[in-house]
Write a protein of this length. Structure first.
Length: 91
């Protein structure tokens, strides 16, 4: 399942949840404490998304947006389990 993300690097703590209505549609907000330097924030985002959806880190891959705050990720797993979690996290 592909999920749009809006990343907030340099936050005081890592958190997944909230909705950002951007030009590409609604996106899940992911805040990470890592800075946007040398891909550190992207790595932290992928790990946070994996934890939020209860999947292995290797089950989350970046599709688009390596250097952007707007990212598209693919989460492997049963859509019947992922979709309800996404709806809950979006609020």
């Amino acid at each position: 399942m592909r999920i749009l993300l809006r990343v907030k690097p340099g936050a005081s703590r890592t958190a997944v949840g909230g909705r950002y209505d951007g030009p590409s549609g609604p996106a899940l907000v992911v805040s990470v404490s890592a800075r946007a330097v040398e891909g550190q924030a992207t790595k932290a985002v992928l790990a946070a998304v994996a934890a939020a959806f209860g999947v292995r880190r290797s089950a989350v891959t970046l599709v688009r947006g390596a250097t952007s705050r707007d990212k598209l990720v693919a989460v492997e797993g049963e859509e019947s389990e992922i979709r309800p979690r996404l709806e809950h996290l979006l609020g």
